[in-house]
Structure formats: structure tokens, C-alpha cells
Design a protein around this ligand. Structure first.
Ligand code: SUG
Length: 445
């Protein structure tokens, strides 16, 4: 039997609003606001608890070390970490905000995953995303590779690949631009890669940079050994990107046989449907939300499509896990109410307060990396990353022990924050039984 495990990113202790992501309207809008790291982490854990209560297996991925000495030194700073942080802030507060970002929380951007059912060698393949379009996110790939290698250690079962090379337009943003259709999680699936550009486009006259390159997606499909007949490449609509859908998962989500998406999400909607139909050995269900019910603007503000669409155990249909923002918007709220009465597998909708992550443009679906695994595979994972009641309670206590209530932009230069963050992460690698995962543990300066 195979189950889909959601690996959520634990929000890191330096969660802040740097305004770092051009084209992500929430990130720009909240630049410089005071963040609440403790609440952010607890909101994420509350969502995980809910999925567990629904009977869906839940994993976690630890936050990244911020700042990293290696990066500070690479930028020409020297001395102790505290001295480098201070010098970095004096050189450029926005540079320091980049180095302190907790953006690794959005694990939908950690990697692209192909389950063992879909790959030539019947192993689960994970390719780390290069996240090359945004500087602060490009700093994630190395640690993500190390973390995923520790969690998926058995080479007979798992293949963790380094990020696709990056340069120019060769961006890859991981699972946020990838979907998978299947009759059941244990069946062979069709994999959909949604791209915003060719790596070699000139991008003249664009308002915002598309982040996913077709050529990067093709490289991943080759690396994973996917069957070409069941691999689909579809272009994101320019209109959606320019309205703020910087990842396709802001306007579409697939699960099982269902594709739930906004009318304006794809450049060629009919082409997308035809390609998905041709790649599936069953009839896919297209749940298209018309713009006259939910405008693109409402979709992007509310993150309706950034919900987690999950299969409930024992064939009990699917649930949508939505951000509260989709409940406070009357158009999306009334659409969701109608959706539950329509003829499709979606039978319930649960709303969550994820305000801290949402204010940086990360909804429920951004916070999780889906990995379909057999029960045997789940037994072979490294560390104690699959959640149980005790483990999730221990993580809540850990957050309360270590995290600050608030962080203002100037607090990022506080030398105590470096010490607090390291103490928290050191404690965490113990709790998750992951061994020395971070630079400060492996090569203390
Ligand atoms: O890459 N925000 C993230 C949000 C990622 C959402 N993920 C998915 N859609 N799957 C991004 O733009 C903002 C950081 C800041 O501004 O402080 C940020 O990185």
C-alpha cells in the first residue's frame, strides 16, 4: 500500500518580512512589517495536527540555519558570526534580510518528487530545486540536499539528486510547478510540469519574472526516468504570472484524478486538458473555476488554489485544506460552499489561520512537500520526522522554548538572535534524530 506523506516545513526562528520576492504581491505588500515567528511555527504545527486527525501521514522538514557563516564569508565579511552580521547590516539591511530569510519553510519549493511507481528504476526520485530566480531562495539548495539525503538515505529505495544547474533563466522551483494524476496513490501516475518560460527567452516587456524554466523541468523528468508518454509540459499563463501567480500552485492544484484550477491559470487551457487526458489511463476530473465566479485577483489574494487537496483514507473522497483568507473573501467562500455540492470527489473544506506565512505569499500548499511512499519506505526513512502525537507535542514545546514572539527588521542584526537560532536548531536535530545537519554543528568556527 502507498500513502501520500506531506512533509511540512517547520517555520524557522528568523521568520521575517523582507519584501524579497518580486512578483509575489504579499511579500512586497508586507515588506518591513513586524513578524511573529512563534505564532508562525505554531500555526504550521496546528495545520499538521489537523491532517493527522484526518488520518493522513505527516512528516516535517527542519528549518535551515540562518545566517550561514559560509555565505557571509563568501560575501567578504570576516570575524565572528555576530561581527559579520553587524557588518552586513551596516553594508545593506536588505542583504542581511536575504541571509536571514526563513523561506525554506515553503517546502513545496524544496524539491520535485516522482514516486517509485512512475520511475524507470522503481525508486522514489527527489530533485532539489535550484530556486535560482530569487537570491534569498537560491541559498536553500545545498542544505535541502543534505536534509533530504539524511531523511531518504537508502539508495535501493530513494534517489536524492542535486539541483539542476542554474544560470541565466534556468530556474527550477520544485513541486510548486509540478502535479501528478493517478487513480490511486499506489498506481502509475501522469506527471505535469508547468513552466513559465524557456531558459533562453528574452522576457522583454514582462512585469514579473517567470520562475520555472521548461528546460529545467525536462532535465528533472530525464533524471527521474519518467515515461515520456505520461509526462506533460504546460505553459503557465502570462496573465496569471503578471497578476501575481509566481508559482503555478497559486492558481491550480492536482490530486488523484482531480485538477482544480482557475480558468486563467494556463496559457492554453484546452491543450492542458487534452494532454492530461492523453497521459492518464482513467478519466481525469477537471474542476475549473470560472473568472466570473472568482476573479484572478480574488484567487491570488485569497489563495483559494493554494489549498492542500488531499485524499481521505478508505476512499472517503478528498478534503481541501484552505487558508482562512479564502473564507473571509465572500466570492471564494461561496464558491467553496457550492463546490462541495457539485459532482466531484471533494467532500470537505477546512480553513486554517496561516496568516504569518500567508503574509509572505505562502499558503497551505506552499508549506508541504508531497511524497507518495509505501509503508515499507516509510519505515526506512532516516530520523524521527514522521509525526506522532508525542512528536508533534514535543515540537510545539520546542517552539515555545526557543522562538521569539516578534521580530522587527532591525532585530535581524541582534547578535543574540544568532545564538538563539543555533540553540533551537541544535535542540531540534536531537528531537528529530537527524544528527549534525547544519554547518555550525559540522564545522564550528
Ligand atoms: O518564494 N516568499 C516565497 C513564497 C513561496 C510560496 N511557495 C509556493 N507557492 N509554493 C517566495 O516568493 C518571501 C520572503 C520575504 O519577502 O521575506 C518569500 O520568499
Amino acid at each position: 500500500m502507498m500513502q501520500e506523506v506531506n512533509f511540512d516545513g517547520l517555520v524557522g526562528p528568523t521568520h521575517n518580512y523582507g519584501g524579497l520576492s518580486l512578483g509575489n504581491l504579499a511579500s512586497s505588500r508586507n515588506a518591513g512589517a513586524v513578524s511573529r515567528p512563534r505564532q508562525a511555527a505554531l500555526q504550521g504545527l496546528a495545520k499538521m495536527r489537523h491532517l493527522m486527525a484526518l488520518g493522513i501521514p505527516q512528516g516535517v522538514l527542519p528549518p535551515h540555519e540562518r545566517p550561514q557563516d559560509r555565505v557571509l564569508r563568501g560575501l567578504g565579511f570576516s570575524g565572528t558570526t555576530a561581527e559579520m552580521v553587524d557588518a552586513c547590516y551596516r553594508a545593506s539591511p536588505v542583504l542581511l534580510a536575504n541571509l536571514m530569510s526563513a523561506s525554506a519553510m515553503w517546502t513545496a519549493n524544496a524539491a520535485t518528487v516522482s514516486p517509485a511507481t512512475d520511475t524507470r528504476d522503481s525508486r522514489t526520485h527527489l530533485t532539489v530545486a535550484n530556486l535560482g530566480t530569487m537570491f534569498h531562495r537560491s541559498l536553500e539548495a545545498e542544505q535541502t540536499f543534505r536534509t533530504l539525503s539524511a531523511i531518504f538515505p537508502d539508495p535501493q529505495r530513494f534517489a536524492v539528486h542535486e539541483a539542476v544547474p542554474y544560470g541565466g533563466g534556468f530556474g527550477d522551483e520544485g513541486a510548486a510547478n509540478h502535479g501528478r494524476f493517478c487513480a490511486a496513490h499506489g498506481d502509475i501516475g501522469a506527471e505535469l510540469f508547468v513552466y513559465g518560460r524557456s531558459a533562453f527567452d528574452r522576457l522583454e516587456g514582462r512585469r514579473f519574472p517567470p520562475r520555472q524554466a521548461l528546460e529545467a523541468s525536462q532535465a528533472i523528468a530525464r533524471t527521474h526516468g519518467l515515461d515520456e508518454r505520461r509526462t506533460i509540459y504546460v505553459l503557465q499563463s502570462r496573465e496569471a504570472i503578471e497578476a501575481g501567480a509566481f508559482h503555478n500552485d497559486v492558481v491550480a492544484v492536482a490530486n488523484g484524478s482531480v485538477q482544480f484550477y482557475h480558468e486563467q491559470a494556463f496559457e492554453d487551457r484546452d491543450g492542458m486538458q487534452a494532454a492530461v487526458r492523453a497521459a492518464c489511463s482513467f478519466d481525469p476530473v477537471f474542476v475549473e473555476v470560472p473568472a466570473n465566479r472568482v476573479s484572478l485577483d480574488d484567487a491570488i489574494r485569497s489563495y483559494l488554489f493554494n489549498s492542500q487537496l488531499v485524499s481521505l483514507p478508505d476512499g472517503a473522497g478528498m478534503a481541501l485544506i484552505l487558508p482562512q483568507d479564502a473564507e473571509s473573501n465572500p466570492n471564494t467562500k461561496s464558491y467553496v460552499a457550492d463546490l462541495l455540492d457539485m459532482d466531484n470527489p471533494i467532500v470537505r473544506a477546512d480553513y486554517f489561520d496561516l496568516r504569518e506565512s500567508m503574509q509572505n505569499g505562502g499558503g497551505p500548499a506552499c508549506l508541504r512537500l508531497r511524497v507518495a511512499l509505501s509503508l515499507d519506505d516509510q519505515q526506512r526513512l532516516g530520523g524521527a520526522v514522521l509525526m506522532t502525537e508525542e512528536r508533534i507535542s514535543a515540537l510545539e514545546a520546542w517552539v515555545k522554548r526557543h522562538y521569539r514572539e516578534e521580530l522587527a527588521p532591525d532585530d535581524l542584526r541582534d547578535p543574540l538572535l544568532v545564538d538563539e537560532t543555533r540553540a533551537a536548531l541544535d535542540d531540534l536535530t536531537g528531537l528529530l534524530e537527524l544528527g549534525p545537519l547544519y554547518d555550525f554543528q559540522r564545522c564550528p568556527s
